[in-house]
Design a protein around this ligand. Structure first.
Ligand code: COA
Length: 262
């Protein structure tokens, strides 16, 4: 069949003229991209860290306990037993951000490696350490916001497993309660918390683990969580750690908007 040159000409005439500038400019940024920070700057901030994410389990208890108490004020940190309860009962809801560091590394990781013994990473090089830099510890509960009951744990949890306990982790709860997000003080301000948080939210959302995520935070961190898609609900009634918390919720049914400006 002969080509219809006249109609092809008309199509071409309707198109904007190609310029050299257009040909070399990058494609428009994806509005949902987290890479608004220029790659070079992001690379510089993370230099020497090479973070990677993993689910947490009870095997990470020593590291989580150490990190929790290094990052939080003593009255806000979860006790070792509470961490153990959460990691054992619902470790699949918890995530860590790690680095595989060498003992000889200079900078913030070197001081961390010297501060305590970390497990070796699964590598041919036995000197490499599996260094926990940040974690998210969460449970599921039935209330739409974080409550004191959701933050507590059954005192007989070691001997009596309950699917729907009055406090702690409720297997049938549709709210994922984020109880602890922290990054070791030596490596804060590099974007690790946001990387960890966004990856974790995506996993919870995609896996249909809950209808929403709820958390408590102080006023100074409201904007941080808003950037990750959370909305401020109001003042919390929780008395944990002396109270004064703000309820934040990210509801998957109302659509999630993640602010690119991190
Ligand atoms: C809050 C915390 C997890 C942030 O970790 P981080 O790795 O330093 O955070 P990021 O580097 O990803 O921060 C991203 C942005 O959040 C904001 N932010 C982070 N921590 C903040 C803080 N303590 N106060 C105010 N803003 C903060 C900053 O605007 C930062 O942007 P910047 O790079 O332009 O400064 C960390 O400071 C921490 O562990 N704090 C102690 C535990 C805690 O309070 N956890 C929150 C419980 S609700």
């Amino acid at each position: 069949m002969p080509r219809d040159l006249e109609s092809e000409k008309a199509t071409l005439a309707g198109m904007p003229p190609l310029s050299k500038e257009q040909a070399s400019s990058p494609p428009p940024a994806d509005p949902q991209s987290i890479y608004k920070i220029p790659t070079a700057e992001r690379f510089k901030k993370m230099k020497g860290i090479h973070p990677y994410g993993l689910l947490l389990s009870q095997a990470d208890l020593d590291d989580c306990d150490w990190l929790e108490h290094a990052a939080f004020e003593p009255h806000e940190a979860a006790s070792r037993e509470k961490l153990e309860y959460r990691l054992r009962t619902c470790g699949q809801l918890c995530s860590g951000i790690f680095s595989s560091a060498y003992p000889t590394t200079s900078g913030p990781l070197a001081t961390l490696v010297k501060s305590r013994t970390f497990p070796s990473v699964d590598s041919a090089d036995s000197d490499r350490k599996r260094l926990l830099l940040g974690h998210i510890i969460a449970t599921r509960f039935t209330s739409p916001v974080v409550t004191d009951a959701s933050m507590d744990f059954p005192k007989d949890w070691r001997t009596k497993y309950q699917l729907n306990p009055p406090v702690g982790h409720d297997e049938d709860g549709d709210t994922v309660c984020l109880h602890s997000l922290c990054v070791h003080p030596n490596v804060q301000g590099k974007g690790l918390a946001m990387v960890l948080l966004r990856g974790w939210i995506q996993r919870i959302k995609d896996s249909g683990t809950g209808k929403r995520i709820a958390l408590l935070c102080r006023e100074k961190l409201v904007r941080f969580y808003e950037r990750a898609g959370f909305k401020r609900v109001g003042d919390s009634t929780c008395t944990f750690g002396g109270g004064g918390w703000i309820d934040m919720v990210l509801d998957f049914s109302s659509g999630v908007t993640i602010d690119d400006d991190i």
